[in-house]
Design a binder for this molecule. Structure first.
Ligand code: SF4
Length: 329
């Protein structure tokens, strides 16, 4: 074991976070936890993890579920492609791996929605394979401690960081090493105000000794956010309403909403009944809702259907829709 791995694992033994998936060896549960945590804070992810496993305790249960139900359980977590991909991958495991989670890195990596980081996390924690799981936390600690002073948004720099991790990983307990690195980045060597004065690496940390803690890791500026304006109309007639399913390659695919008109600019025509905003990774959705009580519901367009209004809660919906419904139900 390298001195770095030794120090990191000792730190982890004293400081590890208490998480529901800690000590878990079932690759399915590790997979669920890693996918949930990709874009979600631990505190929020915790409840969803328990709820998801309650609904789909095994790969088989997930594979056999209807997609609407999977999206419904995921509702509120955002980034719904994660849920759709997990569902597709569970079906792939049933069809191509006899229902057993693959135990080789390349086969795990080939599953839908699983990138290098998640494949390495599952391979190391569930199967003891020595693949470093390199996420934002690990990029930060490695660039600070080992002095990687180039733009970490570049794939070549991530590759360099991965190679440092490959040389440092504890081959006898790679899962422990990976979890220790993730926790150290998440709770100790944090983006702002890292705990340098009480750090076990303070004597060898490149960033600390060169006064670069606030500079590393170097990231080029993010692309500008795109603004989109969604105008929803809730038609009501005799306790019935119209919903439509989002299809096509866009956000919130296969989720349901009231009839929508999208523009790329703000409308000043009428004051909406309710307005909200959701910030996604590359876009900001400005959503406005209008309510129309009508004698007769308008003609249905493609992907639209009429439902009893109260049944709407049974359909998977994006967050802007649930916020609106909270206001009126
Ligand atoms: S000394 Fe500071 S910057 Fe360096 S590893 Fe420790 S917490 Fe991170």
């Amino acid at each position: 074991m390298t001195a770095f791995a030794d120090t990191l694992i000792s730190w982890f033994e004293d400081h590890k976070r208490d998480l529901p998936w800690r000590g878990e060896a079932d690759p399915y549960k590790i997979w669920v936890s890693e996918i949930i945590l990709q874009q979600t804070r631990v505190q929020q992810g915790w409840d969803y993890y328990l709820r998801f496993l309650d609904n789909f305790p095994t790969v088989k249960a997930l594979a056999e579920a209807e997609e609407d139900r999977v999206l419904k359980v995921w509702q509120g977590l955002g980034y719904y492609s994660r849920a759709r991909n997990m569902h597709a991958a569970a079906r792939e495991i049933m069809a191509e791996h006899q229902g057993r989670f693959p135990n080789e890195y390349d086969k795990i990596l080939s599953l839908k929605g699983i990138g290098k980081y998640t494949a390495a996390a599952i391979a190391s924690i569930a199967f003891g394979l020595p693949y470093p799981a390199v996420d934002g936390n690990v990029i930060r600690i490695i660039s600070r401690i080992f002095g990687v002073c180039e733009d970490v948004t570049q794939p070549a720099v991530v590759k360099q960081i991965t190679e440092i991790c490959e040389a440092q990983i504890d081959r006898r307990q790679p899962g422990l090493f990976n979890q220790a690195a993730m926790d150290f980045g998440a709770t100790h060597c944090t983006p702002r105000n890292p705990l340098c004065s009480e750090c076990p690496f303070k004597s060898e940390c490149y960033a600390l000794s060169n006064n670069l803690v606030d500079i590393l890791p170097i990231k080029k500026k993010k692309a500008e956010l795109k603004h989109r304006y969604f105008y929803y109309t809730m038609y009501l007639s005799d306790n019935q309403t119209i919903i439509e399913k989002r299809t096509g390659m866009d956000i919130w695919r296969n989720m349901y909403q009231f009839p929508l008109v999208e523009t790329d600019g703000e409308s000043t025509l009428e004051k909406p009944f309710f307005a909200t905003r959701e910030v996604l990774s590359h876009q900001v959705i400005h959503a406005e809702f209008f309510v129309r009580n009508v004698e007769k519901l308008p003609e249905l367009s493609q992907n639209q259907q009429i439902i009893v209004f109260d049944d709407i809660v049974n359909y998977p919906m994006p967050k802007v829709m649930t916020e609106f419904l909270k206001k009126i139900m």
